[in-house]
Design a protein around this ligand. Sequence first.
Ligand SMILES: *[C@@H]1O[C@H](CO)[C@@H](O)[C@H](O)[C@H]1NC(C)=O
Ligand SMILES: *[C@@H]1O[C@H](CO)[C@@H](O)[C@H](O)[C@H]1NC(C)=O
Ligand SMILES: *[C@@H]1O[C@H](CO)[C@@H](O)[C@H](O)[C@H]1NC(C)=O
Ligand SMILES: *[C@@H]1O[C@H](CO)[C@@H](O)[C@H](O)[C@H]1NC(C)=O
Ligand SMILES: *[C@@H]1O[C@H](CO)[C@@H](O)[C@H](O)[C@H]1NC(C)=O
Ligand SMILES: *[C@@H]1O[C@H](CO)[C@@H](O)[C@H](O)[C@H]1NC(C)=O
Length: 593
Amino acid sequence: MKFLALLLALLSSAIAERLNDEFMSFVTLPEVYAPRFEVQYHGRERVGAGYWFVAPYGKMIPKDPTTGRRPFHVGPHIYDQNGTLIWTGSQMVDNLWVYDFKAVHETDGRSRLSFIVSKNRTTAPGRAMVLNQNYEVEFETSGPDALEEFDIHEFNILPGSKSALACAHWTKEMSLADVGRPQEQSFFIASGFWEVDMSTGDMLTWWDSSLPGNIAIHESVYFGNDTLPEEPPGHDYLHINSVDKQVDGNYLVSMRFTNTIYLISGNDGTILWRLGGNETDFDQDFTFSKQHDAKFLESNGTHHVISFLNNASDDQENEELVSSALIVALETGVSPKTARVIARYNRPDNELARLRGNVQRLPNGNIFVGWSDSGYHSEFSREGDVLMEARFTAAELLTYRAYKFEFVGRPNISPALIASVIEDGERGLLTTIYVSWNGATDITSWNFYAQEGENHQRYLLGTVKKTEFETRFTAKGSLDWISAEPVDYDGNVLGKTSVHRTATPSHWGETQDAETTTSEHQIAQTVGEPGKTAESDNVSESFPLLIPIFGASVAILIGVCWLATRRRFRPLKHLYQRVPASERGDTELLEFQ
Ligand SMILES: *[C@@H]1O[C@H](CO)[C@@H](O)[C@H](O)[C@H]1NC(C)=O
Ligand SMILES: *[C@@H]1O[C@H](CO)[C@@H](O)[C@H](O)[C@H]1NC(C)=O
Ligand SMILES: *[C@@H]1O[C@H](CO)[C@@H](O)[C@H](O)[C@H]1NC(C)=O
Ligand SMILES: *[C@@H]1O[C@H](CO)[C@@H](O)[C@H](O)[C@H]1NC(C)=O
Ligand SMILES: *[C@@H]1O[C@H](CO)[C@@H](O)[C@H](O)[C@H]1NC(C)=O
Ligand SMILES: *[C@@H]1O[C@H](CO)[C@@H](O)[C@H](O)[C@H]1NC(C)=O
């Protein structure tokens, strides 16, 4: 029996360790498992300022058998440049998958966040959401009523934040006359885009690829003269995946399956030119295929600089051996029009980004590229030196795009604080305090306070530098009426927790046996570190059969530990006490991180 318990304990700790390698968990946000990044710097002093904006999705952690809930681990996330979590919006979107998460800066200094929430399995078609710097919803749209599903590729808030662009796709039956078969029809997935007024929600523009004179079926690499017709949803022959707008009102659109970037007139919707594919209007010194995220960097009507992710493959074929970000100069006032590569940034690991990805030029001229799979992203200097690479340690997770922006986040909720008193063997009574503030940027340290009673003056226990999402402070003695304040680099106090009574750790549990829960958390506190404690009942999907074993072994492990530590960790309700005024000066900071 002892041997079995040991075996199970080893097994469960191995699984917990793997979960720990891939996700962070926190005392102050117990329902969240945030993906971890592995980060490599090759030129740290040259990277641009800002936070990473990603929206992990893919691998689903199984539901917790005891609560029936899945931990929150997908959705919009902000990280700092060390891979430290700054904001998880997973709970806000109820663990739904999210795409194209980014920040938008206004000339008046305000910023917004935007992202697309995927189709909700029950009813809703998906939607774009825009948040302010307090993480409050400012604008939401599900797009034109006729669309069954919000296209996940793009929600592009245009300069001035008056309107935004999104892609669209829908099923349509079309004649095959274009490929010499006028008697036949097939279903196709047509592509389009729309522009929405962000104050009224009105549709300002609607463009349809399938109207006569727009994009012909034969432009697709996935529809030939002999291709058989299909039933709904039909051939995905164009696959729009980005849309942008030029200062003069024309739209830049990428269609992945024609290998072509189109400029579409803002006046009448006609195609003004094609770049790439078999019908290019340009004299090009390069080719590209299966491109993503075509965006204007500069444009004055006749001279344009655009960026996109290229080179190129998808789940069916490879055209090239390595993917790259391209910066291309276009001259459209001459005949023939010319397109020249100004810069090419190859994927640092020499792989292909099979699907998805994006390119962003940072204010300092660096190039930030999201390669999507495993959340792999990298930053290059303008000259092409690889300065940084990062990826999720959970390789099955991905993010559709990855961006870097400076951003100031000031959540409309108070910082979270959990304080408890334990008795720790020879060290006696200890007060442990955990704090975090989901979404608050610029915190460099936390001040911790205690009071003698509700209306008493608070006194400073100590200050701890913030290095992780969650910050822990441990003081000797049993302290009560605890509060904390986040402080920025210049010493400004950014917020304030409410004043908390300390709890014995048994108060943390909900329905479980109090003493068992107490032991568990005491162990976590004693051996763990913030962001690294994961005494969890959840295991990764790779071990579905191990869930019951894991659950059982955790219970046994807890039982064994509880027995072993029973004398050290007594339930503390009866030991609970307030800090006598005379002991204030003795409060000793034992450790911090
Ligand atoms: C990241 O880590 C480095 C080295 O560990 C540290 O000097 C730096 O302050 C950290 N940066 C942030 C933004 O936390
Ligand atoms: C799905 O949409 C319906 C209707 O809008 C809503 O009531 C429900 O809460 C949504 N579910 C999720 C998981 O978002
Ligand atoms: C496909 O059919 C069109 C229309 O009949 C014709 O112009 C074209 O040459 C054909 N292409 C091939 C590759 O046979
Ligand atoms: C262009 O033409 C080639 C040769 O006929 C064909 O293989 C390819 O699928 C066509 N379409 C595109 C978008 O490249
Ligand atoms: C793809 O990238 C490789 C390596 O950088 C380059 O040699 C090739 O010309 C590129 N191909 C296209 C079509 O851009
Ligand atoms: C556009 O930019 C190009 C190159 O910078 C310049 O030569 C040209 O005169 C500009 N055209 C206009 C209309 O400003």
